[in-house]
Design a binder for this molecule. Structure first.
Ligand code: HEC
Length: 78
């Protein structure tokens, strides 16, 4: 779980604050990113330039994307 949290801090928290409300620069709190299934999250994070604003993270491994998805799902329990 730690790995996912670190990956999130490094790659995602600039745009997605770990908790609380988003603002203009930080549109979507991590706690709202959990509506997708594990598979959907992994596909989304991988992206491929199909998202309008969010960059794709094809540089991450499947394992890293899986720990990110686990981390996001763990946030909804809080
Ligand atoms: C440059 C800013 C930016 C970064 C960095 C970023 N995101 Fe995003 N993310 C967005 C924006 C903006 C959206 C809204 C959809 C869109 O326009 O692409 C979004 C949407 C999402 C969604 C979909 C939410 C929904 O509606 O279901 C997920 C999941 C997500 N991001 C996860 C992540 C993860 C995980 C990372 C780190 C690997 C990350 N994002 C990094 C800006 C970013």
């Amino acid at each position: 779980m730690k790995a996912g949290e670190e990956l999130f801090q490094e790659n995602c928290s600039g745009c997605h604050p770990p908790s609380g409300r988003g603002d203009y620069l930080k549109p979507i709190p991590a706690t709202l990113l959990t509506r997708k299934s594990q598979h959907e999250l992994m596909e989304w994070i991988k992206g491929s330039g199909q998202h309008r604003e969010m960059p794709s993270f094809e540089n991450l491994s499947d394992e890293q994307r899986a720990s990110l998805a686990d981390y996001l799902h763990s946030q909804i329990m809080k």
